[in-house]
Each structure stands twice: as C-alpha cells, then as structure tokens.
Design a protein around this ligand. Sequence first.
Ligand code: 13P
Length: 336
Amino acid sequence: MSIEDLESIAQAMVAPGKGIIAIDESNSTIKKRFDAVGVADSEEHRRAYREMLLTTPRLSDHISGAILYDETIRQSTKAGVPFTKVMMDAGILPGIKVDKGPQPLAGFPGEVVTEGLDGLRQRLSEYARLGAKFAKWRAVISIGEDSPSGTCIEANCHALARYAALCQEAGIVPMVEPEILMDGDHDIEVCYDVTEATLRSLFGSLYEQNVLLEGTILKPSMVISGKSCPQQASVDEVAEATVRCLKAAVPASLPGIVFLSGGQSDEQATANLNAMNQIGPHPWPLSFSYGRAMQQAALKLWAKDMKANFAEAQKTVALRAKENGLAALGQWQKAA
Ligand code: 13P
C-alpha cells in the first residue's frame, strides 16, 4: 500500500456530501444501548442489528464508510455474506475501532488515558487482511474544576500519534478522535480553550511520530456548551467557535474532518454541522462520523419489532444519512 493509497482512501472518506456511520460500539456500550430500549444483549441481536444498519438500501448515497467493532468485522449477514463484502460491494469503506478504551490515568484522579498500543501492529495487520481500510482510536478528555491536566492531554495525544503511525505502516488510514466530553456545566469558552489545547498537542504529537497528515482524518467533538451549563450557546455560536478553533489548530494539509455527535440530539448534530458549512469555504471538508445521531431513531423502531419494523428502521437510517450529507454541504433545511 502506497502513500497515494492512504491519501485516496482518506479523500474518499470525506467525498462531497458524504460522511461516516459509527457502529463500533464495544460490547459493553451496545449492551447499554440495548438495555435502554429493552433488547436482550446477545451476539445474534448485535449481528442482526448491525445487518439492519449496513444493508440499508442506497446507504452509500451519503455514507462513505462505517466503523465496525472487532466482533462486527468478523460477522456476516443471515445469508452468510461477510459484512465487509456487503460494504465493499455497496461502495462503503470498512473501518475498525482498535483502541481498548479508557483506563484511569495513574497519578491523576478522575482522568483517563486510552489503552491498546501493545500488540497493535499485529492486530492492524489482521484487520487489514479482514478488509479494514481505516481505523479509529478515541481519546477521552473531560472538563472539570481542575481538569484536564496537561499530562492527560499529552498522554492521550502521544498514544493517538503512536496509533496513527502504526495504522499508516499497515496501509490503514487513521481516524484520530480526541473527544472533549460534553458532561459538565462549563461554558463554550472553556470548551474552546480545552479543544484548542488538545488539538495543538495532537498535531504536535502527529508531527513527532512522522504521521502523514494527508493520509489522516480528524474526528473531533464540536466546541459546545457543557450539557448542564445554564447558558447554552446557539447553533451559530457553536458553528463559529468550532470553525475558529479548527482554523487555529489544524493544518490545512489534512484531507478532512468528521465530527462525533457526543450526545447531541439528532437535530442539533445536523444543524450545527450545516451551520459550519454555511460559513465556509474552509481549508478541509467538514462532515460527520456520527454514532448516536445516525442510529437512535432506528434502534428504537427496530427494538419494538425487529421483523415488522426492519424496513422502517432502515428508512430512518437513510433519512439521517441524507440529512447529514446535506449538512456536510451546508444545504440542509430544518423541516417546517
Ligand atoms: P457518537 O456520535 O454517538 O458520539 O459516536 C461517535 C463515536 O464513534 C464515538 O467514539
């Protein structure tokens, strides 16, 4: 796999009007999602749910790739077709979550660092054989009274950069995800400062680890008010602050930026992305890599009746893909 291949995969991930569907919930996270809608957590239910999502008719109209979990990348449709084949046949790039989740950061109570570097070279070469074209690693930064510490930001960014270098060695495009959690009562200015500091540290680390930016995708959180902040910033304020922050910290050579939804409502996630693209042009395409904001409507319908609501659930996935695809072009309009 050449440098050109990494670049062309990264560009395909952010093709105009397209984004990513994140269905890489770990088994413990999908259990929480299933519990919330009364679905028993079993391997067959996890498989059937992901089959419903991935076989949505014309999903690739607005979706360039899907992020899978270790179990999911090995699964097949009920008819026995591997999910990776279904995706490649439909023109959807298979991606894989490779981090092993956050663990407490020793010496820094309440802060976490994402683990998963040990043995990653071997795991990546297996994932490449299984068909993965891109990978994802999520770092979690939370905002508190005295946090995040500089140490927490640096440790997470160093791990993200080591992961990214290993991905590129394996011919896999790294999606680097530093998520600043929305939890807390902080205002949007605090979120701006933490996001800018994190992104500056991240791009410093990527440079130190010889990561090719042209073959890398950034998956950030938006600059947004804390969930319990009494003063919630408007859509236009979120769009303006997020774009300003990215311009201050992200090199123009990056092929694209895809946001996580992070607990925003479906409409909020779409409206914020749309507003950012309406104040363009920007140095990079701004698109989406949503998990919850792509799936929550579908999960509720499917949970009520897996068979009878199968097609209806898929329709909501297609609709969310279309709305977010339009938002990636700044062409979404709120339903009257
Ligand atoms: P959300 O859009 O639900 O935040 O999920 C995206 C993701 O992949 C988080 O790691």
